[in-house]
Design a protein around this ligand. Structure first.
Ligand code: ZN
Ligand code: ZN
Length: 348
């Protein structure tokens, strides 16, 4: 397996920050973290026969949910959290259920919190296949793709000293014991995360899919659907037709959607394509397992945002603010709402 530096060299990027590997800190030399395989990190919930959702607990550095699919001759895991230690905890938990190898890791998209644990599975089984969409594979090495990928590891490392300095300052100022303890835990998590990033050996996709593909894995049918752009330009939906379960990554979650690398104009259409599949349970990228009705609820938020905010203020302001050809009401209402929200409402 390649080190982070080797991967960066391979993709022709100069590492902004280069760290020396300490062999004693490498993941595979460390003993299993029995203490991390607990509810601090995730809870394994059965969603169907041999299908589990590993629902991530809130952590200072967020982890995504994973889906765990048992087959007759191995295990398929969807997404690998934000760090090897979290993936290792889930791996150990899976090993307590079955001794069969993890055959495939499927990454729903390129964001940091969904793939940075891949290396744990590659270490455990050098033959593991890492599956993603073509776009996701591209995004994982592109410097400008957004909040994920190999170049983004450097960005996280560059940001961490500032984050940790702020946490230390906040700890000094905090007088409430519970809040202080929480900040101290956050600082410890940030320090551990920094070490993990420094030693990361990115395990990138070894197999890509460009269109919808059916895998037959040890007696189980697993469909991989490429349905259009939504949360990213490469979202992959993992669908089990027999068990009626779909794993959606962050294209459909039980939190507010994160849109920064997203395509809000196309996102609802992509969800409408997803809706055509017959499923009862959604394993979302974040939050609890949800019924199919979550899809309409989530999509409705996009549909209503497109019209409601502008429309509700229009009766009073549109005419008065649209007298000139430039800077008219509809041109600016969206960015104005965002600016007021970011600069005034959130700070209040
Ligand atoms: Zn996520
Ligand atoms: Zn995401």
């Amino acid at each position: 397996m390649w080190t982070r530096r080797q991967v960066l060299a391979q993709i022709g990027l100069a590492a902004a920050a280069v760290h020396t590997l300490d062999p004693h800190e490498l993941c595979c030399v460390m003993p299993a973290h029995a203490q991390t395989a607990d509810k601090d990190l995730f809870e394994l919930k059965k969603v169907g026969d041999g299908v589990y959702a590993a629902i991530a607990a809130p952590r200072y550095k967020v982890n995504c949910n994973a889906a765990v699919i048992m087959t007759n001759d191995g295990v398929v895991v969807v997404d690998s959290h934000s760090k090897p230690s979290a993936a290792r905890a889930l791996y150990n938990e899976i090993q307590s259920i079955t001794k069969q190898p993890i055959r495939k890791i499927i990454n729903t998209h390129f964001h940091w919190d969904h793939w940075q644990g891949n290396e744990v599975y590659a270490n455990a089984n050098p033959g593991v296949e890492v599956v993603a969409s073509e776009r996701t594979k591209e995004n994982l090495t592109r410097p400008d793709a957004g909040v994920g990928g190999v170049p983004y590891i450097e960005k996280q490392l560059a940001a961490l000293p500032g984050e940790m300095a702020k946490l230390k300052a906040d700890i000094q100022k905090e007088t409430d014991p519970a809040k202080k303890a929480n900040l101290e835990s956050n600082l410890q998590q940030a320090e551990e995360f920094q070490k993990e990033l420094q030693n990361m050996k990115p395990a990138l996709p070894t197999r890509t899919v460009a269109t919808t593909t059916t895998l037959r894995e040890g007696g189980r049918e697993i469909q991989l659907h490429v349905l259009g752009r939504a949360h990213t330009n490469g979202d992959l939906f993992i669908y089990l037709p027999k068990e009626k379960v779909v794993a959606t990554g962050d294209a459909l979650i039980d939190w507010m959607p994160f849109m920064n690398d997203g395509y809000p104009a196309e996102w609802p259409e992509t969800l409408t394509e997803l809706e055509k599949l017959g499923f009862d349970h959604i394993i979302p990228g974040h939050g609890e397992v949800r019924p199919k009705a979550q899809l309409a609820f989530f999509r409705g938020y996009f549909d209503e945002m497109k019209t409601k905010v502008g429309d509700q203020l229009a009766a009073k302001y549109e005419a008065g603010f649209s007298k000139y050809p430039l800077g008219r009401y509809r041109d600016r209402v969206g960015t104005n709402v965002e600016a007021v929200y970011q600069k005034v409402v959130k700070k209040a």
